[in-house]
Design a protein around this ligand. Structure first.
Ligand code: SAH
Length: 456
């Protein structure tokens, strides 16, 4: 089976630079399951085609399976002959630079949209032509599909589930390769290897830029992750939180006085300092505003920031100038992606955890999981949580009665609701709590933000 990529954008041989493969020189790459050959049947100014051909040895493939009993099917099957996750793995190894968008010699080509054609042969797809279109058409491809009879001599047996797919699009090479990388195993609906947590990372790595908008994203995620629900949930959270981050930018929380955020972070800092905290993890750190303050205070010698959104983390990295600061400063700060919905060893070992304006983004039904993860498993000595006070919303003139301050918020609690929840946590997890009001008081002595400071 093979994947061809053709450019007709003059000078078409630029494709060779983008793929990091010289059109004059055929190459062979050794993979764990066989060989991948790259060669160019055509390479001139007007047209350039690169072929990635996979040569899998069916006996080797069978032998790598560690099974007590090998049946005939382990030796005789379609795997060595179809474009499946094996081809995706080959792509990621042979075209890794192109997929990551690296091109040393002509970097300006990386983001250049070009008229590109690709042919993928042979794809097994039980969902048929309609399913293939459903995956690729929303990404802007025009598609031609060749189907095959199961056996030419026996027409009544009907069509086989195998297809050759011709794709055409005006896009960057990086986009095309990443689309194919993810969608191949989705079409085939099988993975030749064990699905671990790193598969979520791969999915996000190769799909982050386009998957969130795909109308069938949940089906793609589920199939790609072999229907592993917990993994699919993480991927889904990340992708939808990316959408939320973007929405947030469009609609700033204009209702809040500008300095409320500063007052909030100032209070968090004061609490951490007075509690003699040296190491702290900011859970749901967003773009790293609190981390920035922690970074410039020497009392804090071990700082971590965690968020579900990769985009937010990238912004935090910029804000903290992690790529510029000296090594000793960088070592104090660790940023990582995770989710407050899943137990994670990396949340443990800090004196304090801060959860600033985050809980209101959770579905209420998932709060119990959050409590268990922070107060039950991570169990830092101090936990600081802030959330909007719903009682204060009356003061926002342009907020309709009963509405919340932001459309990402799943709930906003009154003072009583928040305090009851906090007290309940104290009973369940053996903590004590005190409450601090943050922001300017209204005529009823209510403030816009409420804070709970928990101590073990
Ligand atoms: N604490 C920051 C950001 C608040 S916005 C600040 O005060 O500026 C809420 C943040 O929670 C977002 O960055 C969002 O990505 C993050 N978030 C939402 N759900 C999450 C989850 N399940 N796990 C971790 N972070 C989450």
């Amino acid at each position: 089976m093979f994947l061809t990529v053709t450019s007709t954008e003059k000078p078409a041989t630029n494709l060779g630079y983008l793929l990091h493969k010289n059109p004059q020189r055929p190459q062979t790459h050794e993979l764990t399951f066989g060989k991948a050959h790259v060669f160019y049947p055509v390479a001139n100014d007007k047209k350039c085609t690169a072929v990635l051909m996979l040569d899998i040895n069916s006996l080797d493939l069978a032998r790598t399976r560690k099974k007590a009993y090998m049946g005939l099917f382990d030796y005789v099957n379609d795997r060595p002959y179809v474009s499946s996750s094996f081809l995706s793995v080959a792509l990621s190894q042979v075209y890794s630079s192109a997929m990551a968008g690296r091109c040393k010699k002509k970097p300006e080509l990386v983001d250049k949209k070009m008229r590109l054609k690709a042919v993928i042969s042979m794809v097994k797809c039980k969902g048929g032509e309609e399913f293939i279109r459903k995956l690729f058409e929303p990404l802007g491809y025009s598609i031609a599909i060749t189907s095959y009879m199961l056996d030419d001599k026996f027409e009544e047996w009907g069509k086989s589930p195998y297809y050759t797919i011709n794709l055409e699009n005006n896009c960057t090479l990086k986009q095309l390769l990443n689309h194919v990388y993810i969608l191949l195993p989705v079409l085939d609906n099988k993975k030749h290897y064990w699905i671990g947590k790193d598969e979520v990372e791969k999915l996000l790595n190769h799909g982050q830029e386009w998957l969130a908008e795909h109308p069938d994203k949940s089906m793609i995620i589920n199939r790609y992750l072999n229907y592993k629900k917990s993994f699919a949930n993480i991927a889904f959270d990340v992708l939808t939180s990316e959408e939320e981050t973007e929405e947030r930018e469009e609609r700033p929380v204009s209702e809040e006085a500008l300095n409320l955020n500063q007052q909030r972070l100032g209070t968090v800092m004061a609490v951490l300092k007075s509690e003699g905290i040296n190491s702290v993890i900011d859970l749901g750190c967003g773009e790293g505003k609190l981390l920035k303050m922690l970074q410039s205070d020497r009392q804090f010698n071990n700082i971590a920031g965690m968020d579900v959104s990769v985009t937010a983390l990238e912004r935090a990295r910029d804000r903290l100038r992690l790529d510029d600061v000296p090594e000793f400063k960088r070592e104090r700060i660790n940023l990582f992606q995770g989710s407050l919905m899943y137990r994670d060893k990396r949340f443990s070992g800090y004196d304090a955890a801060t959860v600033i304006e985050v809980i209101e983004h959770f579905d209420i039904s998932r709060l119990a999981a959050f409590e268990k993860i922070v107060f039950g498993y991570a169990r830092p000595r101090v936990v600081v949580i802030t959330t909007p006070n719903f009682d204060y919303n009356k003061n926002y003139e342009n907020l309709m009665e009963g509405n919340m301050r932001h459309r990402d918020h799943r709930f906003e609690w009154t003072g009583d609701q928040f305090q009851n929840w906090c007290l309940d946590i104290c009973i369940k997890y053996r903590y004590s709590v005190r409450f601090i009001d943050i922001g300017d008081k209204d005529s009823r002595q209510i403030t816009p933000t409420q804070m709970g400071v928990f101590k073990r």
